[in-house]
Design a protein around this ligand. Structure first.
Ligand code: FUC
Length: 791
């Protein structure tokens, strides 16, 4: 059962309270705090662990509290903590809309419909693109270096990241002393915490210093070390942000001294370092806060707390989210192998435990980089060591940002979607200017990228950027959050954003001159060249698919809220005139309005945009639209499985929707292999891009369950490699939480939780059962030879 259409409007929580997009615990959550550890007692099942310090950045371990991040290298002589604050981007507020765009629009359209694609693309590039044509980049704060002494000789070395506690730890022995270092990014303390201990008194001695590529100065005062600077201007947009990082050290015993930009701890028994960071960013149009005040406030939050209290508060906060879900797909081939070795062998060695770890790592990463009030997960989540990172480490919304949030709802991390919702809210404001200036349209539009300043005009080159459907795709996530959680107040808040996106398309859709309906123009099938050497075109399949979802969801939201009767009718009428999906001459799902697919120059292109209808949308499915599903399968086969990290992640999910578990598993192995997974389990595009981590996590869940069209489909694409296993605490549409165990590739037992009386439909293949949760909000189902029984 889904909240989706207007038939089911039940609030999730008993007593009618809404499930807000905050960390507030509802009953589901309270019941859900499960042990996240797989049943098999492998103490490393939920750890990434290594026998040597990180050398490369992609060996270091990420921690984050949503806003503040660090990459932990774990050196013996020197610890490098590469630091991020999620609002430290280049430039400042700007409006990139192009005043020449609107005048050029009719001619660009005329050229497209006349088949003069290269000329259309050139004119769009000259007149319609953003000013400046590039967006601002996300940037590193720099590093905090802790120097412990000249020798890196150590024995018994180990470093790990415990996904259950959210703590990175380094342990080793040196000169007869055992050292332990714990590093975590605390959401309650709003700080990165480093705790240094040794088994012998007086042995904690180190220097702390900042190193940064940013223009900034480091100074030490008392027990604090500061790095103060400005961000860099970019592409002609002036620097508008100031930032500050501040380190405060509490030593137990020993001495703390400062000189120049260095802080020294000498002969302490233990030490606790608090790292806080802030910028002056307030919002897309404002950047005048005082980072020093923000940092003082952050430090005041945890002032006087002992190291143990800081740690306990962090673990409680982190595990309240992480511990909701557990998964067991079977053991690893050898628990004595470190994570890097398992990745290196994963193409040839069956390792179900690694897939489970990858899924949970995806959930860990989302918790670490996307919390209520923080910036949304960008191309690298939160972690970036450069000033000019690949693709600016921005928000690419023609797949990448959306993929980041695919595991959020099924993975029981609904709160982590709040930053994405806020990003859409902000983009709807800036995007209203772009809609008006570039298109003379109402509503709002966002093209294929966004940055911190929510620049919404087309960027880079018309060949990549002239795609107006990014904002519409993001609106699917607004809807999905409602569909999983059923919070009416939330729906009322986001409905105007969906309405604004729909409004834009009602204004700009044009008649296809060949009578095929209403189409986007100019647009493209993201980043793919068609046979005329351009990407620019009218009415690519993906746009019609995205707009069907946008229009359907907007109408359903308006109905649920009892709003906008006339507008609903207008949307419905346009929806009915969007071109239907077509099957082309090679049996493939057509990517464009014309059957160009087999003549396109890049047959193995990474984007599979026309398969949006199969996943993440549910427009196409094997049961509902078998011919279109077969055509999608043909398209997927033509494209091939081996691609960039995120593109493999998408393919895994597509194979699950084609109900081909073994193929999905084969493709998952490509993702987990050493060419697409770095030693720290970050996804390799290459280079590092976090979307593949999230796409992979969603794909693993998608093999085990899928909720759509009012049903939960169990084990829809279970690979033969995982004949027995369990998953618990995951979520389905319609306010349901689920535990599922299976053996011999069949479900044994399912437990559903939610608000009392919540309806459900559960099926395994064609064997269905329907019912309602009991008055305690539970239902247990068993599947045996004779079918389902309910208790
Ligand atoms: C899209 C993709 C690229 C890359 C970039 C960040 O443009 O086509 O592969 O992921 O986003």
């Amino acid at each position: 059962m889904s909240f989706g259409r207007a038939t089911s409007r039940r609030g999730l929580l008993a007593g009618g309270a809404a499930l807000a997009l905050t960390a507030a615990a509802g009953p589901i959550r309270a019941q859900a705090v499960a042990t996240a550890r797989p049943a098999a007692a492998d103490p490393n099942a939920l750890k990434l662990w290594y026998r040597a310090p990180a050398e490369a950045w992609t060996e270091a371990l990420p921690i984050g509290n949503g806003r503040l991040g660090a990459m932990v290298f774990g050196g013996v002589a020197r610890e490098r903590l590469q630091l991020n604050e999620d609002t430290l981007w280049g430039g400042g507020p700007y409006d990139p809309s192009s005043p020449e765009a609107l005048e050029a629009l009719p001619e660009v359209r005329r050229l497209i419909f006349a088949g003069e694609y290269l000329a259309a693309q050139a004119l769009a590039h000259e007149k319609m693109m953003a000013r400046p044509i590039r967006q601002m980049s996300y940037q590193t704060v720099g590093d905090l270096m802790l120097t412990f002494g000249a020798s890196s000789q150590a024995s018994d070395y180990r470093r790990d990241l415990d996904l259950e506690t959210g703590i990175a730890a380094v342990t080793y022995a040196r000169d007869g002393v055992r050292y332990r270092r714990e590093i975590f990014a605390s959401h309650p303390a709003d700080a990165v915490i480093v705790r240094l201990t040794a088994d012998t008194p007086g042995r904690i001695t180190f220097d702390a210093e900042f190193e940064t590529p940013q223009p900034g100065d480091a100074v030490a005062e008392g027990d604090r070390l500061f790095l103060k600077g400005r961000n860099t201007g970019q592409h002609g947009i002036a620097s508008a942000l100031t930032f500050e990082a501040c380190v405060q050290v509490e030593a137990e015993g020993g001495r703390v001294t400062t000189r120049g930009g260095r802080l020294t701890v000498d002969g302490a028994d233990a030490a606790t370092i608090r790292i806080v960071m802030a910028t002056s960013h307030v919002g897309p149009k404002q950047a005048d806060a005082d980072p020093a005040v923000r940092n003082r406030q952050a430090l005041a939050r945890s002032a006087g707390q002992t190291a143990a209290a800081l740690r306990d508060a962090h673990v409680a906060d982190h595990s309240a989210l992480f511990g909701r879900v557990s998964i067991d797909l079977g053991p690893t081939f050898d628990p004595a192998q470190s994570t890097d070795v398992r990745i290196a062998r994963s193409l040839t060695q069956e390792d179900p435990g690694l897939a489970a770890l990858y899924m949970q790592y995806g959930r860990y990463l989302l918790i670490a980089c996307s919390r209520p009030g923080t910036q949304a997960a960008n191309l690298q989540g939160l972690w970036n060591d450069r000033l000019n990172p690949p693709w600016g480490c921005k928000y690419t919304i023609n797949i990448n940002t959306e993929m980041n949030y695919w595991p959020a709802e099924p993975g029981n991390l609904a709160e982590c979607v709040e930053p994405l919702v806020r990003l859409v809210r902000e983009a709807a404001e800036t995007g209203a200017t772009t809609a008006r200036v570039n298109y003379g349209a109402r509503g709002w539009v966002a093209h294929h990228n966004l940055d911190l300043w929510r620049a919404t005009a087309p960027i880079d080159q018309a060949r990549y950027g002239m795609w107006p459907t990014g904002g519409a795709w993001l609106c699917k996530h607004l809807w999905d959050h409602w569909d999983y959680c059923g919070d009416r107040a939330y729906l009322a808040e986001v409905y105007p954003l969906m309405k604004g996106a729909s409004r834009f398309f009602l204004d700009v859709l044009v008649e296809d001159p060949k009578g095929r309906g209403l189409v986007t123009c100019p647009s493209m099938s993201p980043e793919n060249l068609h046979p005329f050497g351009a990407s620019i075109c009218a009415g690519p399949a993906m746009d019609s698919q995205i707009l069907r979802d946008l229009f359907d969801n907007t109408v359903a939201a308006a109905e649920t809220l009892g709003l906008d009767r006339d507008f609903r009718a207008e949307v419905r009428a346009a929806r009915a005139r969007l071109p239907a999906d077509q099957i082309g001459k090679d049996g493939q799902l057509q990517e464009w309005l014309d059957d160009w697919d087999m003549e396109a120059p890049e047959q193995d292109h990474r984007h599979v945009s026309h398969l949006y209808g199969l996943y993440p949308s549910d427009q196409i499915s094997v049961g509902k639209t078998p011919e279109l599903a077969a055509a999608a399968r043909r398209s997927l086969e033509i494209r091939g499985d081996l691609s960039t990290g995120w593109a493999i992640g998408w393919r895994i999910n597509l194979w699950t929707r084609l109900l081909d578990g073994d193929r999905a598993h084969t493709v998952l192995k490509l993702l987990l292999g050493p060419e697409r997974t770095y030693p720290n389990m970050f996804d390799a595009h290459p280079p590092f891009q976090i979307d593949g981590n999230f796409g992979g996590a969603a794909g693993i869940m998608g093999m085990l369950f899928h909720s759509a069209d009012g049903e939960i489909d169990l084990l829809p694409a279970l690979p033969s490699a995982w004949p027995r296993g369990s998953v618990s605490g995951v979520r389905a549409r319609g306010g349901l939480e689920m535990d599922l165990s299976w053996s011999a590739a069949r479900p044994d037992q399912v437990t559903l939780r939610g608000a009392p009386d919540t309806p459900f439909v559960v099926r395994f293949g064609d064997v269905r059962t329907t019912g309602r949760l009991d008055r305690n909000g539970r239902r247990r189902l068993r599947l045996s030879e004779g079918g389902w029984t309910q208790a």
